[in-house]
Design a protein around this ligand. Structure first.
Ligand code: OGA
Ligand code: MN
Length: 295
């Protein structure tokens, strides 16, 4: 396995290894896992991508999330991001499927709004537009390390509230359905996630974060906005341009990502698997003290 750095201080391509080898072989898994802990985004090219191969690879890293109500693929382990309707036509720009993709174009971290947040996500491209449709990443570990020490001390002991309906509301007020709102009550997490392998903190916020515990709303919005701007400033990202056979895995504890736009008349279909965080992934470090005793 060869590891080739890709981005500004994070992200790397793993060469000379297949998803199937990592799924089947302990030594290959350990190397890939170490690369994920270190580089936060790992890229595989030229893979034979099927749902089964993606699922088997992803399961190696931990328990898979069950896709939430209201998503394509609900109740399975596959999130399907598609702009193609049941008849095979590309949907118009104001269609729910297109709006959901638009919501994914906000900087975010997957599943911060779930009862169990995500360790990592694995994404493969199945239908790729001719232009655009890249996925862009920033390191929230490096974002954390760039902050002033005094601010880091404050944030380390602060907690943010995350809500799926909040991020969807930025695109359309009814994009999160009543069923989704009922299934996904707001969640509270520490603003820093400490990686238990290397001890490094990462800023834990993104598009679903709408409030800071104990802080007045306007002040919290300002803090969250400034942290987001600093984390995503120009020159800090790795942009992945999709080719057939590509698979990208990212550490949701240490990155934010967003989809990039593409011409609306062109189809795009992506498939994601998501691995839930466990105690071994540092989950206790983000839980508010009020919940630590209970769980
Ligand atoms: C995701 C996601 C962005 C994209 O699958 O979690 O945000 O480029 N995707 O489709
Ligand atoms: Mn996402």
């Amino acid at each position: 396995m060869e590891i080739a750095p890709l981005g500004p201080g994070f992200a790397a391509e793993l060469r000379g290894v297949t998803l199937a080898e990592i799924a089947a072989d302990d030594a290959a898994y350990k190397e890939a896992r170490a690369a994920l802990e270190q580089h936060s985004v790992i890229v595989f090219r030229g893979q034979e991508v099927t749902d089964e191969a993606q699922l088997a690879f992803s399961r190696r890293f931990g328990p898979l999330e069950i896709t939430k109500v209201g998503s394509l693929g609900a109740g399975t382990n596959l999130v399907i991001l598609s702009t193609i309707d049941e008849s095979g036509n590309v949907v118009p720009a104001d269609h729910r499927l297109a709006l959901r993709n638009k919501a994914n174009q906000l900087w975010h971290t997957d599943s911060t709004f779930k009862r169990v947040p995500a360790l990592a996500s694995v994404l493969s491209a199945r239908v790729i537009p001719v232009r655009g449709g890249e996925t862009e990443y920033v390191s929230t570990r490096l974002a954390w390390e760039r902050l002033e020490e005094v601010l880091r001390k404050q944030l380390e002991n602060s907690f943010a509230w995350h809500d799926y309906a909040h991020s969807r509301g930025k695109i359309a007020s009814d994009l999160a359905s009543a069923e989704e709102r009922a299934a996904l009550p707001p969640q509270c997490w520490r603003l820093a996630w400490k990686n238990p392998v290397n001890g490094r903190n990462a800023l834990y916020i993104a598009s679903h974060a709408y409030a800071i515990e104990g802080m007045e709303q306007a002040a919290a919005q300002k803090v969250l906005g400034e942290l987001m701007d600093a984390a995503t400033a120009p020159g800090l990202s790795y942009v992945h341009s999709w080719r057939k056979g590509d698979v990208v895995m990212w550490d949701n504890r240490a990155t934010m990502h967003r989809g990039r736009p593409w011409p609306a008349h062109e189809a795009r279909l992506m498939v994601r698997t998501t691995i839930s965080a466990t105690e071994a992934d540092g989950l206790a470090s983000v839980r508010p003290p009020s919940r630590q005793a209970a769980e």
